[in-house]
Structure formats: C-alpha cells, structure tokens
Design a protein around this ligand. Structure first.
Ligand code: FES
Length: 147
C-alpha cells in the first residue's frame, strides 16, 4: 500500500511564493500524517519528499528514495525515529537520512517547520535539483528540522 500524498504546492503556488519571497510553503496539516506513518509531497521534478511522523510525534522529511536501491521509504515501517525500507529492510534514521550500520549511505533530509497544525517545507529545497548523495556528503547535514 502506498502512502497517500499530501496536497502538494502547485507550480502556481510556488510561483506566487517566489513573488512574495516566501521561504516556507505549507504542504499539509499534522492530521494528514498518520502516527508512525508517512505522506508524500510531490516536488516539481517528480522526486517525492516523504514526511514521517515518528514515535516522538516529531515530523521529519526525507527524499522518498532509499540510499540502497531507491526503495520508497514512505512505504516503510516507521519505528522510534527511524524507518525500515520496504524493499530490503535497511534502517534509515529520520533525522538525517543515514543508513544504520553496518549499511552505509544516506538520502537527503529536508527542513520541516510545524506551526500549530500546519506543516511547512522550505520553498528553495522543494525547487532545488536533487544532488546524488555520496559517502562524503552524508557527513554534511545541509538541512535541519525546526519542528
Ligand atoms: S532499496 Fe531500501 S533496503 Fe534496499
């Protein structure tokens, strides 16, 4: 079963936000993200971001691609502050997208802001092209959650 998608920002919304110089884009409400579950947010380039609701009730955002072979992390099992990939069961940390040892690699993590019941992603991170992660880039956490 695939994770349902949040209401994605439309190209019109993104363009309007650019005019307003907005940094954060509202993508869904907390109620849209099930406990220990995930929702997808469509990026303009078609590579989804997965929003996860962890045991702590904190919200995290990762590219919806496992660092192993690209499995859809949004369809994995969320436990604690991690998600188990549905394809080969690698454990990925939600805070930074890193695979748990002995597995190696990471998937990009994105900043999340939660205000009241509203969940926001950064506009620039939604629009930026995805850069393939390398072992070296896993050591640099470019984005941090502010939820
Ligand atoms: S694709 Fe995720 S563990 Fe293999």
């Amino acid at each position: 079963m695939s994770a349902a998608a949040c209401i994605p920002p439309s190209p019109v919304d993104l363009a309007a936000s650019a005019e307003a110089d907005a940094v954060w884009i509202a993508v869904c409400t907390l109620a849209n993200i099930p406990a220990l579950g995930a929702r997808r947010v469509r990026r303009p380039d078609g590579v989804d971001i997965a929003l996860f609701r962890a045991t702590s009730d904190r919200i995290y955002a990762l590219l919806d691609r496992c660092p192993h072979k690209g499995g859809p992390l949004s369809q994995g099992i969320v436990f604690g502050e991690s998600v188990a990939c549905p394809l080969h069961n690698w454990t990925i940390r939600l805070v930074d997208g890193r695979a748990q040892a002995p597995d190696e690699g990471c998937t990009p993590a994105f900043a999340v802001k939660v205000e009241g019941d509203q969940v926001y992603l950064r506009r620039d991170q939604l629009l930026a092209p995805i850069v393939p992660m390398t072992a070296a880039s896993c050591d640099v956490t470019a984005y941090t959650s502010v939820s």
